[in-house]
Design a protein around this ligand. Structure first.
Ligand SMILES: C[S@@+](CC[C@H](N)C(=O)[O-])C[C@H]1O[C@@H](n2cnc3c(N)ncnc32)[C@H](O)[C@@H]1O
Length: 397
């Protein structure tokens, strides 16, 4: 069983798009693709192989990444019995045809081939979703509150998407952003736009006390802190110590000081007795929402993963819930779209905790023209980012 971190995919895919010098590294894409399996995801295998190719030019590394991701994105259309180099060639052709005219592919073919069959039991596969996940992913940055315009001017090739979400920037350039002075001084984070939406929907207030229960490498902790203007306190916990170490490094760069980190394995023994104004459970999940950015995962994720992760999500919510103050918020988020990990988790929690919690309408945010609801799907075709599901409850007073 595995789960996906949207942050990792943003990082590893940042060079996977744009210009490609096809054929400049003969045999390398084949070796990489052959080394990918359920235990060795494409982003990790790519990173390792490209690191070993010491003299590879950035433009060639990008071409190799693009070839590998195209292969997995178009795998459903390929004859898997044919030689790998022919499959790679075919995938490249399909990607070029799709980029030239996404509607040259029929709805039926997209719906049938874009994902493994088991997914149909878990969600409605629509042509709009299929077309969205067959296109190249966008790279999203999050500026410090109110500083997006200034940052875009400094970076160039970047557009502030204020009408979708405040501070969200679509970066269209080629530069390695990790080398930029503005990155090292904490002026922006690389964060998918749907992940940014989660922070806005939590709507934490300066001075409040929050618990980010599955903080990982801190993508949402840093955003919560920015929204709280660095005032108040955030407990950031995770079961993986190495992730919390990365979180601390990122927090130092972003000049986030109002947090405390602690190990928590999701069990009944909590890291603190504190009662919180808000708790975010950004739970481990099957990551179906990241399949545009991470197409290899389509072919390694199973329905058994979905069932096991749904059970963990229910347990995390049940263990965290008693730490919400009366009147406080509980927010559940997953970068997946399966029924078992979204509405069924919500129904389970709402039924078990009906005496203490009531559904809470999530606040209105610019991109969303739907009426306020207590549970929301964000589709890749809505914002041009990952698919995400968010639900909220309020503890009764
Ligand atoms: C979706 S990721 C979190 C991403 C993070 N919030 C961010 O925005 O960057 C889920 C996290 O849950 C953690 N996790 C997995 N199982 C857990 C458990 N049983 N208890 C606590 N954390 C767990 C993982 O280590 C991972 O960091």
């Amino acid at each position: 069983m595995k789960f996906r971190s949207a942050f990792q995919h943003d990082i590893s895919n940042r060079k996977s798009i744009r210009s490609a010098r096809v054929g400049s590294q003969p045999g390398l894409p084949e070796r990489i693709i052959a080394a990918c399996d359920a235990k060795n995801p494409a982003d990790k295998v790519l990173r390792e192989h490209l690191k070993a190719e010491r003299d590879i030019l950035p433009v060639d590394a990008r071409a190799v990444s693009q070839t590998v991701f195209n292969y997995f994105r178009w795998r459903g259309w390929l004859d898997l019995e044919s030689p790998l180099n022919q499959q790679i060639h075919k995938a490249r052709e399909l990607a070029a045809n799709f980029a030239a005219d996404p509607h040259s592919f029929s709805d039926a073919s997209l719906v049938e081939r874009v994902a493994p069959n088991w997914l149909q039991e878990e969600m409605e596969i629509t042509p709009a979703w299929a077309r969205a996940i067959q296109s190249e992913p966008k790279l999203w940055l999050r500026a410090k509150p109110g500083q997006g315009r200034e940052l875009c001017e400094k970076l160039g090739a970047a557009k502030l998407e204020k009408t979708l979400l405040p501070d969200a920037i679509h970066y269209k350039g080629e530069e390695d952003l990790f080398q930029r002075a503005e990155f090292h001084s904490g002026e922006f984070e690389i964060q998918d736009i749907a992940s940014q939406a989660v922070g806005w929907l939590c709507a934490p207030q300066p001075g409040e006390t929050w618990w980010d229960t599955c903080a990982g490498e801190g993508g949402k902790t840093l955003h919560l802190s920015a929204l709280m203007q660095n005032k108040g306190l955030i407990w950031a916990s995770d079961r993986a110590e190495w992730r919390l170490k990365t979180l601390k490094r990122r927090a130092a760069r972003a000049q986030v000081f109002n947090f405390r980190s602690a190990l928590w394995d999701g069990g009944a023994k909590l890291p603190t007795k504190t009662k919180f104004d808000g708790i975010l459970v950004d739970a481990p999940c099957s990551g179906v929402g990241t399949w545009q950015r991470n197409p290899h995962a389509r072919w390694t994720t199973t329905s058994q993963d979905v069932a096991e992760l749904a059970a963990i999500q229910k347990q995390l919510l049940a263990h965290a819930a008693p730490s919400v103050k009366p009147g406080g918020k509980l927010v559940f988020a997953v970068c997946t779209l399966t029924r078992s990990e979204t509405m069924e988790v919500v129904a389970d929690f709402s039924a078990k905790f009906a005496a203490e919690f009531e559904p809470m309408d999530l606040p209105a945010i610019p991109f969303d023209h739907q009426p306020a609801t207590a549970a929301k799907f964000i589709w890749p075709q809505d914002l041009g980012g990952n698919g995400m599901f968010i639900a909220g409850w309020r503890r009764k007073k």
